[in-house]
Write a protein that binds this ligand. Structure first.
Ligand code: IPE
Ligand code: IPE
Ligand code: MG
Length: 237
């Protein structure tokens, strides 16, 4: 077992799942689960920053989540709006850089504007980068990259043979981020649900039965310890 530079944790990606079931178990409306889940976001972001993790990417809302009942979508967008305006300032004080990935054109203009403002305000911070995937879908991201490359070829800016893994990666939302070392999905589901399909090619996967609102920093630390005991082979022997 070694904890050298080679397997240092630079990026953790999380599918924050189970807010609805957390509320259901308590006979509360689903919105209360989302509210509690948002508290967990703050707690885990703080802990990850203290652990020295470079990037924490959280799946907050998928492109497919737009298909939920309007009332639930409104609740989630309301929570996001509230957090963008107030709670994220605490993260800023902790030197955390905030950024967003996903289809911004789908979001309400005031939400998109607040996101941009937060990104700008925190751009010079030197601590962890907290990346929130909002209205995010990996297939849409990949199709968008293909579209952009096609248009560059058409304009004559690049030739077909320039298209390789590096150039393709540069067309993704995550272009200046390392690939996740660790993927965590809470709530017992074992699927990717259109999350970071390109970037997760060699990530170590962890599936936890804990519902997201119950996820605690200690569980994150346990997962990181287990990560150190795994051997990443990248196809080699
Ligand atoms: C995750 O919790 C949050 C979002 C997808 C927005 P869910 O709302 O999916 O909770 P469950 O899976 O129904 O319990
Ligand atoms: C994935 O959770 C999306 C987020 C956590 C934001 P879902 O609850 O939407 O995924 P499925 O529908 O169970 O695959
Ligand atoms: Mg779910």
């Amino acid at each position: 077992m070694s904890t050298n530079q080679k397997n240092r944790v630079s990026h953790v990606a999380i599918i924050m799942d189970g807010n609805g079931r957390w509320a259901q178990k308590r006979a509360l409306p689903r919105s209360m689960g989302h509210k509690q889940g948002a508290e967990t976001v703050k707690e885990i972001a703080r802990a990850a920053n203290e652990l020295g993790i470079g990037f924490l990417t959280l799946y907050a809302f998928s492109t497919e989540n737009w298909n939920r009942p309007k009332e639930e979508v409104d609740t989630l967008m309301g929570l996001l709006r509230q957090y963008l305006k107030s709670d994220f300032s605490e993260l800023n004080k902790n030197n955390i850089r905030i950024r967003f990935i996903g289809e911004r054109e789908m979001l309400a203009p005031d939400i998109a504007a607040s996101m941009e403002q937060l990104e700008n305000e925190t751009a010079a911070n030197t601590g962890m980068t907290l990346c929130l995937a909002v209205s995010y879908g990996a297939r849409q991201e990949i199709a968008g990259a293909a579209r952009r490359l096609a248009s560059l070829v058409k304009k004559g800016d690049i030739s077909e043979s320039d298209i390789d893994i590096k150039l393709f990666s540069d067309m993704l939302y995550t272009k200046d981020m390392p690939d996740p070392d660790i993927l965590i999905r809470t709530s017992g589901e074992k699927r990717l649900s259109n999350y970071l399909l390109w970037q997760l090619a060699y990530s170590e996967m962890f599936f936890s039965d804990t519902l997201w609102p119950d996820f605690k920093p200690q569980e994150l630390r346990d997962i990181i310890n287990e990560f150190y005991s795994r051997e990443r082979r990248y196809g080699k022997v």
